[in-house]
Design a binder for this molecule. Structure first.
Ligand code: FAD
Length: 370
């Protein structure tokens, strides 16, 4: 195949589209392989994105307008047996701890921007290019066609997502309960004065199935019990969908095959539990790193230069090692039913809540301020 593109991106999810827009802005010739099914208007999820992700999206004018983004001013976390931690944006002199972003709104704005960018060619099939970037998500077929190792550890949990509306305003407060092996998160949406939450409820596959099968009244009762009524009276306001959860990491993130160099980014390279809302933040971190490396490369190095790709792999694997490990450890810690461990973790949470410096360091990292 003749190479008419510098970069071919396989997969037009949030990571693939954001990367395409950044690379086109560097005047690179980009092909973006988009499956017909790529445009989702029905995703019930809303993502917690940090300040670094916001910068990456703002740089290509794709940060959604209000009310599709909701700044989180307060984050409250409870565990069984009285463990409690609270984070306030004001304590960290931050505009917000994170922003909860409506997924269909973000996908829509990115799809429009891609279509308006003449240096991006949308394609139904992979195109010849100096560098192929695989952004096909966790079930990437390119990754398996090329026989790349993907080290998967399934959690015996599924995440049920939906939307609810409360009788009281959320005032920018995100809440999370770690109880009896399940994790319920209520993420405020629909702007500062909204009453709505995106729900992510990570629990055993059986319970997730049951929650999905419940009548409206049964589900509302279950979520009221699990949230202890703290967020008001909650009414179901969306479809219920669930995702099996896993921790996964590709062994190699870069390489060469007969058609040229390749690189993995986003969920095609790594998966984490959604308990800390870091999956897409990591994927947009991949985008930021690759864009920075290519933008600052010496003029004699091509976009497929092995030394540049190694730099990307080293730096992103290091970041994943840190964030992925923290995420996985939290998941393990909070799904233990051993009473001794439960006592220690509740004691630890309450101690942590009174250690402002440690809290500040951890919050800064999660907010994407390094
Ligand atoms: C319940 C839940 C809640 C979450 N909450 C958060 C959160 O709050 N914050 C956060 O940061 N992350 C969160 N995540 C993680 C986030 O969903 C993922 O990390 C993110 O969607 C990964 O984006 P991606 O573009 O890499 O992959 P995907 O979103 O999977 O996109 C891949 C794209 O590639 C396309 N594709 C697949 N195969 C091919 C092919 N062969 N050729 C061409 N195209 C292909 C797909 O159709 C899709 O459009 C959550 C995940 C779950 C399950």
């Amino acid at each position: 195949m003749a190479q008419s593109f510098d970069i071919c991106i396989r997969g037009a999810g949030i990571v693939g589209r954001t990367l395409a827009l950044h690379l086109a802005a560097q005047r690179l010739r980009v092909a973006l392989v988009e499956l017909e099914s790529s445009i989702s208007t029905t995703d019930v999820r809303a993502y917690a994105l940090n300040a670094s992700s916001r910068n990456v999206l703002q740089a290509v004018n794709c940060w959604p307008p209000a009310p599709h983004i909701t700044p989180v001013q307060t984050m409250q976390v409870w565990a069984d047996e009285g463990g409690y931690v609270q984070f306030l944006a004001a304590d960290h002199h931050a505009e917000a701890l994170s922003w909860i972003v409506d997924v269909p709104a973000l996908e829509h704005i990115l799809a429009g921007a891609v279509r308006a960018q003449p240096r991006i060619t949308l394609a139904a099939n992979p195109q010849a290019a100096s560098l192929t970037v695989v952004c096909e998500g966790r079930h990437s077929s390119s990754r398996s066609d090329w026989g790349l190792d993907f080290d998967v550890t399934p959690y015996s949990q599924s995440a049920l997502a939906t939307r609810v509306v409360s009788n009281v305003p959320h005032k920018g407060t995100a809440r999370q309960w770690f109880e009896q092996g399940s994790i319920l998160a209520l993420l405020p949406i629909n702007g500062d004065s909204g009453h709505d939450y995106a729900v992510v409820w990570s629990t055993s596959p059986d319970q997730a199935q049951q929650l999905q099968a419940f009548s409206r009244a049964e589900f509302e009762q279950a979520i009221h019990t699990a949230s202890h009524g703290v967020a008001g009276t909650l009414s179901l306001a969306g479809e219920r969908k669930s995702w099996p959860l896993q921790h996964a990491l590709a062994k190699r993130w870069i390489g060469n095959h007969t058609e040229g160099a390749w690189l993995l980014a986003g969920d095609a390279a790594h998966n984490v539990h959604p308990l800390a809302g870091q999956g897409l933040n990591l994927g947009l971190g991949d985008v930021a790193e690759l864009v920075n490396i290519l933008e600052n490369r010496p003029y004699w190095r091509s976009v497929a230069d092995h030394r540049l790709l190694r730099q990307y792999e080293r730096s992103r694997k290091a970041e994943f090692a840190l964030m992925g490990l923290a995420n996985d450890s939290l998941q393990q810690l909070f799904t233990q039913s051993n009473p001794l461990i439960q006592n220690v973790r509740n004691w630890g949470m309450n101690r942590f809540n009174h250690l402002p410096l440690v809290k500040h360091r951890i919050a800064q990292r999660a907010m994407g301020n390094f």
